[in-house]
Design a protein around this ligand. Sequence first.
Ligand SMILES: NC(=O)C1=CN([C@@H]2O[C@H](COP(=O)(O)OP(=O)(O)OC[C@H]3O[C@@H](n4cnc5c(N)ncnc54)[C@H](OP(=O)(O)O)[C@@H]3O)[C@@H](O)[C@H]2O)C=CC1
Ligand SMILES: CC(=O)N[C@@H](CCC(=O)OP(=O)(O)O)C(=O)O
Length: 335
Amino acid sequence: MIRAAIQGGTGYTALELLRILLRHPGVEVTAVTSRSETGLVSRVHPSLAGRLNLVFSNPTPDELAGQADVCFCCLPHVASMEAIPSLLAAGLRVIDLSADYRLTDPVVYETWYGHVHTDPTRLGATVYGLPEIYGDRIASQNLIANPGCYTSTSILALAPLLKAGLVRPKGIIIDAKSGVSGAGRSPKVEMLYSECNESFSAYAVGTHRHTPEIEQVLSDVCGEQVDVIFTPHLTPMDRGIFATIYAVPAREVKQAELLETMRQFYAGKPFVHVVEHLPKTKDVSGTNFCHLTARVVKDRVMVLAVLDNLIKGASGVAVQNFNLMYDFDETTGLV
Ligand SMILES: NC(=O)C1=CN([C@@H]2O[C@H](COP(=O)(O)OP(=O)(O)OC[C@H]3O[C@@H](n4cnc5c(N)ncnc54)[C@H](OP(=O)(O)O)[C@@H]3O)[C@@H](O)[C@H]2O)C=CC1
Ligand SMILES: CC(=O)N[C@@H](CCC(=O)OP(=O)(O)O)C(=O)O
């Protein structure tokens, strides 16, 4: 059994990880950390009642390394890069769910996150943990930068068409919507029920920190500088991401060719399904699947993509990465 710790255990991604890991045949969860809680984990996460008899702890990195082989780090960005160097030095392998190790350039990090990166030498050396793109690089790593929810949706939608040269790398518009759990469990006024229920809003227009992450990975995929306008929206549902994407075709192209190109790209990839119909967030809610489709509308290619932000967008893909790191079948615990 691989012993797993979860840091930031009171949050939403931690809860989803616990739900998945408790049904994983090769994992024993040995520690769940919190700064604020000390009692039973199942008191904070009542859906785990009767399934997990652990209490929250707040160990030092060396103590945690004595209890676990791998740590899923479910902390906010900045807190993550403050914690991870010591976890690695103590001998743990780490899957970081935050954005701290996803970008390759510390200057880009500082520009978009407004913080100096305190562990810059690991940027660029850390594998971006999107298994459908970088799956062959994950097994040997001690630190994985788990991708974000909006970014996974956008990258999975566009990678096949950019790689095949069917759409231009410039002039791409990503209109994305997220459920409220995308903002995490830590209280924020704009996420209160009476603020966001029955309301639909855009935010961080032109400034969202996922823009450079999407551009970085897609540029790597197609070998040209990709440029996107990424506009996130908050939608009054618990969970789910829906991305409506517009791109300029590089030549005349039909819907059948788009779908076939996407299917070939994802052949043998168990968690991405290219569908004919228009997908809905409910189709993938509670699962590690991403559903994609494409259309040609007037002089644009459109790609429509859905996934569950807490699973394929966070904790599910983290377990996919864990499975690759420990030589389990990629789908273990996830189907
Ligand atoms: N929610 C989502 O859909 C997605 C989230 N992510 C990323 O995953 C990470 C976790 O997200 P999520 O679970 O939603 O977040 P939450 O806000 O739900 O939980 C984060 C937990 O981290 C702990 N924490 C908060 N601030 C600090 C700090 N400064 N130092 C140490 N611990 C802290 C808190 O636990 P305590 O106070 O008990 O210590 C908190 O419960 C984030 O980096 C997020 O950006 C990525 C993809 C999707
Ligand atoms: C609705 C909402 O607020 N969503 C979050 C995205 C959460 C996420 O994906 O986190 P990473 O930054 O770790 O990728 C946001 O826009 O900041």
